[in-house]
Design a protein around this ligand. Sequence first.
Ligand code: 2P0
Length: 323
Amino acid sequence: MPMSRTAVAHPNIALCKYWGKRDAELNLPSTPSLSLTVAPFRTRTTVTWGADADQVVFNGAANTGSEARKILLTLDRLAAARGEARPPCVVETANDFPTAAGLASSASGFAALVLAGNAASGLDLVPSALAVLARRGSGSATRSLQGGWVEWAMGDPDGADSHGVQVAPADHWDVRMLVVLVRSGPKEIGSTEGMNHTMQTSPYYPAWVAQAPADVEEARAAVLARDLERLGRITERSALRMHASMLAADPAVVYWKPETVLALEIVRTARKAGLGGWATMDAGPNVKVLCGAGDAPGLTDALQAAGLSVQTLVPGGPACVTE
Ligand code: 2P0
């Protein structure tokens, strides 16, 4: 008897970044990271366990490419965790925001997938096991199962404890995350490829890895103390150091577009004028700005005055099964 269940998850924006793997097979990070889960962007995923044949429908179109293979592999691992073979499955997944544009769609995608797969299969894995499965699908996904402020520690050598853990829930602190949408198309270089190339060729990569644990320690303390200035400074620094490691790769990994630098410049200038916003950029040209609720309108005006498109995100809750 086929069983269908649906789960939703929000993406997350890393304030202290994950960029590099110490174990590619287990997808273990070279750095700890810390993120904010953000709403209302979300992925909605339905898994039917025990269908006639495997099928993946991704944003409304049948998919037989690498995305579908990774999705089905995650469901294989879910069944294997209980010593079972996976029956054929249908997976329907859709994002209500741009996919693969550096807005963490793989994070919300794999978080929703493991929850829906777990519910549809009845395999009943514990949350930490689901968080490890999400990590193996896409590292940042392990941070999207939880709402609010989430830390992903490097963990033990085998990685059983390397998964997202909530530092504070969404309602701990009413901040804003502005999204400056520079490009909505898919990134030119995938995250996995970009980080592997940075690891292999950038002389700045060891320095990036070395400084990360102290940043996460300080960021966690700043979140708990609701110290936005301190958290903002770490956030912008972490993003710029991560991009510096990419820029020093050979050939360089450059995700930025002219509008990326324009947005960064506006945020830094606004700060000097008393508006508290701090920029962060991921594996794509889009800019996110961490700011307080009170400064969000002023920063939005400044960015829009330069012709940039801005959306406002708020702290989001945990991934959950909805149907
Ligand atoms: C992050 N990013 O911490 C960093 C910052 C992009 C830049 O996690 O290879 O899709 O699937 O584990 O999680 C994006 O990389 O990479 C990412 P994989 P993932 O949010």
